[in-house]
Design a protein around this ligand. Structure first.
Ligand SMILES: NC(=O)c1ccc[n+]([C@@H]2O[C@H](COP(=O)([O-])OP(=O)(O)OC[C@H]3O[C@@H](n4cnc5c(N)ncnc54)[C@H](OP(=O)(O)O)[C@@H]3O)[C@@H](O)[C@H]2O)c1
Length: 261
């Protein structure tokens, strides 16, 4: 029987690439996001099922849970929906931006986990062979390393990471693996655009002259590989950066080349 995964934040970037790869590898997928037009296009391209939901909305997530319960087992949850708003200082950053980042990255992830965990458990209980369920969450290197202008996003991703780490402790004893994937710089179309309020030149400047930033397909591959390992192997925390980014504060612009002599 094919495995079924739910991917949040599936209408663009890492989420869309994850849906594509899961479908290529034979998974049933429910792709979740707010933009119906994007999901429709993704469904036509990949054959994924889709569900329009805002994960900051209790009623929408309850409807998502009911839809899933009515349409078959759920083996794997990929918490990917999230994002950053602004690069303002702690002093100047707006409370509203901070609230939005907490709403989606922290409370949205918590809401989806709470709603879908019973379904993940049920899929394990109904299995006639050994196996487990998976919860994979995309946090960020920003969860662990502060940077100026990053505080709202740093704090939200750190809180999301703590949620994941506590969840792994609380699920100990159950066959449910909890994986955290913490990427550094990933050049997706919308992440920086969203962060800079739609300013394309500011978004482009983030990746300017970086020799091969990560792309969405790189993270999708890690996500899918992490849930295709034998069910008892839990990758726990995967930190992944482009070679050009040795650390949050050590981003090299320009062509990478070996030192001579
Ligand atoms: N790009 C990077 O450099 C980078 C690095 C580290 C971590 N990350 C993390 O990786 C994840 C994906 O990032 P990305 O680069 O692929 O960004 P992206 O293209 O902006 O994707 C974000 C996705 O989240 C969805 N989303 C946002 N708010 C939502 C809500 N309230 N309810 C449901 N869906 C919502 C968006 O779809 P709709 O607008 O259609 O709802 C979109 O599909 C995020 O959690 C981000 O924080 C990104």
């Amino acid at each position: 029987m094919p495995q079924r995964a739910v991917v949040t934040g599936a209408s663009s970037g890492i989420g869309a690439a994850t849906v594509e790869l899961l479908r290529d590898r034979g998974w049933d997928v429910l792709a979740v996001a707010r933009r119906a037009d994007r999901l429709k296009e993704l469904a036509e391209r990949t054959g994924a099922d889709t569900f329009v939901a805002d994960i900051t909305d209790d009623a929408a997530v309850a409807e998502l849970r009911d839809h899933l319960a009515a349409t078959g087992p759920v083996h794997t949850l990929i918490n990917n929906a999230g994002g950053a708003i602004g690069v303002d200082s702690v002093e100047a950053g707006s409370i509203e931006s901070w609230r939005s980042m907490f709403e989606v990255n922290v409370l949205g992830t918590k809401r989806v986990v709470s709603a879908l965990l019973p379904l993940l458990r049920q899929s394990v209980a109904d299995r006639d062979s050994t196996g487990g369920a998976d919860i994979v969450t995309v946090t960020s290197t920003a969860a662990r390393t502060p940077y100026e202008g990053g505080a709202g996003y740093n704090a939200a991703k750190a809180a999301e990471s703590m949620l994941v780490q506590v969840l792994r402790l609380e699920l100990a004893g159950e066959p449910i693996r909890v994986v955290e994937i913490a990427p550094g710089m990933v050049h997706t179309e919308e992440f920086s655009l969203g962060r800079f309020g739609g300013d394309q030149s500011k978004a482009d400047a983030v990746y300017a002259d970086v020799d091969h930033p990560l792309v969405a397909a790189d993270i999708a591959r890690l996500i899918v590989d992490s849930v295709e390992l034998p069910w008892h192997v839990d990758l726990d925390l995967i930190t992944v950066r482009p070679v050009a980014q040795a650390a949050q504060h050590k981003l090299i612009r320009g062509k990478l080349q070996v030192k001579q002599g």
